[in-house]
Design a protein around this ligand. Structure first.
Ligand SMILES: *[C@@H]1O[C@H](CO)[C@@H](O)[C@H](O)[C@H]1NC(C)=O
Ligand SMILES: *[C@@H]1O[C@H](CO)[C@@H](O)[C@H](O)[C@H]1NC(C)=O
Length: 424
């Protein structure tokens, strides 16, 4: 007993020295049935530790040390908490069950809900073992790894996440979130393993992180606003996407987004805005600035109308006030700039100081642009865009490409007859 008190005193003292905060630390070990636990499932202990942390009126930290490895089935970390700043420090490893059956039917593995002031940090690893899901379970039934829903003043820092069944991180209905020094890793060919997906959330800063996955690096979906993405390296994967927005006629909005000092390394797409024909709403006030490209495909891409009808007969998500500035580096495919808007048009698209070269000397870079008001200054390839006012309604409608298909390869020679006003 005396020894335990001494240990606690030492722990508190060391914490006090480290953090200048008189926090008490909790350990998963305190919640295991006995200290010689041979159980391989720590779901219950982790949940009990969370409840103790969340219910405590004094600030505590739940610490998982570097040599600790726990396996947990899907967990709900439910707020609100009595503690104003619940802190979970993961320096060790948390793993998901290695079989699909071990998860049960859930939307996400680690779900943090309605928590204010949560700090989740450390140098540890969350391994969801998505490799067991990818070959056998279709996308819609594959859970996300880490989900933050309804969280405020959230800090998520330092953690590495591996192999999510689908999205690695999903942020929904949350505000004032900072993600930094996060590393997301899944194979390039893993299906739909997005890095970070954000929707209905605002005042979010993602910085100093690396995202190597099989799908979107970061996707900003409807209801996202005031989002800064700074010093993030993406690739492999699909780059940073606004959208897709307006699917199935939805009213979707995204605004006030700054993507700065980012690198796209071997990505399909770089800076991308994708909206569905027939949708409503807007994507506006979006900046991509100081972007380094290393063998990236299609680094600048606005696709306002994926599908179907045309000729002003229906709506499109409005795209306006988008700046692409200071892009440099190498592009892997012929089409480097692709601004493909619907007849409602894309307004005030600024391309500035774009200095890009083809990774292959035999493939010249080209730009494709229609129905957009583009101002282009100091751009290393010519961008000519048809002016809206000159346009006739094309008949028949141009064939739109499939949602996730690559854009058509540029023609080597401009056709002698333009079926609709493309300008190459
Ligand atoms: C744990 O194991 C050690 C040695 O194997 C033993 O001495 C100790 O009593 C055990 N503790 C508990 C709580 O069972
Ligand atoms: C985003 O960056 C802008 C401009 O630097 C700054 O004014 C704003 O406070 C930042 N917002 C967030 C959520 O980081």
């Amino acid at each position: 007993m005396g020894f335990e008190i001494l240990v606690s005193v030492l722990l508190i003292a060391s914490y006090h020295l480290q953090c200048g905060d008189s926090r008490m630390t909790l350990s998963i070990k305190d919640f295991l049935p006995d200290s010689n636990d041979t159980n391989v499932d720590h779901t219950r202990a982790l949940q009990d530790a969370w409840r103790a942390l969340c219910r405590s009126k004094i600030s505590k930290s739940l610490v998982i040390r570097a040599n600790e490895i726990y396996t947990t089935r899907p967990q709900l970390f439910q707020g609100p908490c009595a503690s104003r700043r619940p802190h979970i420090q993961i320096d060790g490893t948390i793993e998901a069950p290695k079989t699909v059956a071990g998860w049960g039917k859930v939307e996400s593995w680690l779900h943090f809900d309605s928590i204010t002031g949560l700090v989740l940090d450390g140098s540890g690893v969350l391994n969801a073992h998505g490799e067991n899901w990818w070959p056998s379970v279709e996308l819609h039934s594959r859970p996300h790894s880490v989900m933050f829903n309804g969280c405020k003043f959230l800090t998520y820092k330092g953690i590495t996440q591996r192999n999510s069944p689908s999205n690695h991180i999903s942020i929904t209905s949350s505000t004032a979130v900072t993600l930094s020094n996060i590393h997301l890793i899944a194979p390039a060919n893993s299906p739909n393993t997005d890095g970070i997906d954000i929707s209905s959330s605002n005042h979010i800063h993602i910085l100093g992180s690396s995202i190597e996955t099989g799908d979107d690096c970061i996707a900003l979906n409807s209801g996202s606003h005031d989002i800064n993405i700074t010093s993030v390296t993406c690739g492999p994967g699909h780059g940073i996407s606004i959208g897709s927005l307006g699917k199935g006629g939805a009213i979707d909005t995204v605004q006030n987004v700054n993507v700065r000092h980012c690198t796209f390394k071997g990505t399909q797409n770089g800076a991308r805005i994708k909206t569905w024909g027939g949708g409503r709403g807007f994507a506006r006030n979006i900046l991509f600035e100081d972007i380094t490209l290393i063998n990236a495909q299609l680094p600048i891409n606005i696709d306002q109308q994926y599908t179907g009808r045309c000729c002003g007969m229906f709506n499109a998500v409005k795209v306006s006030d988008v700046t692409f500035r200071q892009f440099r580096g190498t592009v892997a495919d012929g089409v480097a700039i692709h601004i493909d808007c619907d007849r409602v048009g894309c307004d005030n698209i600024l391309l500035e100081h774009i200095n890009i070269a083809s990774s292959s000397p035999r493939i010249p870079l080209t730009a494709f642009c229609r129905f957009a008001r583009v101002i282009s200054r100091f751009v290393s390839i010519p961008v000519k865009c048809s002016s809206r006012n000159d346009l006739e309604c094309p008949s028949p409608c141009p064939q739109a490409h499939a949602p996730y298909a690559k854009p058509p390869a540029p023609l080597a020679q401009p056709p002698s007859f333009f079926p609709f006003p493309y300008i190459f």
